[in-house]
Design a protein around this ligand. Sequence first.
Ligand code: NAG
Ligand code: NAG
Ligand code: NAG
Length: 248
Amino acid sequence: MFAKSAILLFLAGASVAQQFAKKCEITSPSCSLQGSTDTCCVAKDGWIVYAETWIPNKGPSNKFTIHGLWPDRCNGTWSDDGCDLSRNYTNTGDIVLARDPRLHRVMDRIWPSGSGSNSDFWDHEWNKHGTCLTTIDPPCLADYKKYDDLLMYFKITTAVNTKYDFYKSLADSGIVPGANYTRSSMEAALFKNAGLRTLVRCDKTGTFTEIWAYFDILGQDTFVPRVPDYNPTDCQNVYYPPKTVKKC
Ligand SMILES: *[C@@H]1O[C@H](CO)[C@@H](O)[C@H](O)[C@H]1NC(C)=O
Ligand SMILES: *[C@@H]1O[C@H](CO)[C@@H](O)[C@H](O)[C@H]1NC(C)=O
Ligand SMILES: *[C@@H]1O[C@H](CO)[C@@H](O)[C@H](O)[C@H]1NC(C)=O
């Protein structure tokens, strides 16, 4: 008896896991349920863009790295200042390192900044985008302590990265670095091999930079691919450069 409760106490104390305060029974995209007052279960900004980037001198040579997970309003607009300045956090790298060193290691590997410090980049993604995901607002989390919302945003975003392997989905259709491809063939490969609805992005020289995957959100953190809400005409032919880093 004593041993059992001691173990339970130990587990409770050792746990750093952030949890939702309640279970949501939502089976429709949040944008079809606009006006709901239950913003813990129905995301207010429910058009989700998940962006991964191809930075030749960063990250594993056979992996895209995360740019961010961006909750847009259901009319396709967003706020450049994020959605809650009272939770505008800085030094998020130190916060994650202190609270969840394993998550920090993962983020260092698959969520590097293109230039500048990773922590500054993560601050920006959280402040501009993470604060717009209403399903992780403090009242939506169990036993909320400061920064649980931040850790939740990073965990949810890295989980999407784990679920989808953009590099492999392209490679499965023979699309690998070192050649030119049409944008439509790349987007078709991501749909065929992973069910993703995407936009391939490039820079002014036509070099491949990013993949934006579009999702509806169901309930707290279930993402379902959705056709993009805008249709750019650029990047028709893109050069997919090899990475200069050698590590896998
Ligand atoms: C989009 O929705 C926001 C928030 O509801 C509103 O303030 C904004 O005017 C809308 N923009 C457009 C272009 O519909
Ligand atoms: C919010 O944080 C960013 C850093 O990510 C900083 O540049 C900005 O000035 C902050 N805004 C406010 C209103 O504190
Ligand atoms: C890709 O296309 C560009 C522009 O048409 C061309 O200059 C370049 O040589 C091509 N690269 C490869 C690897 O085919």
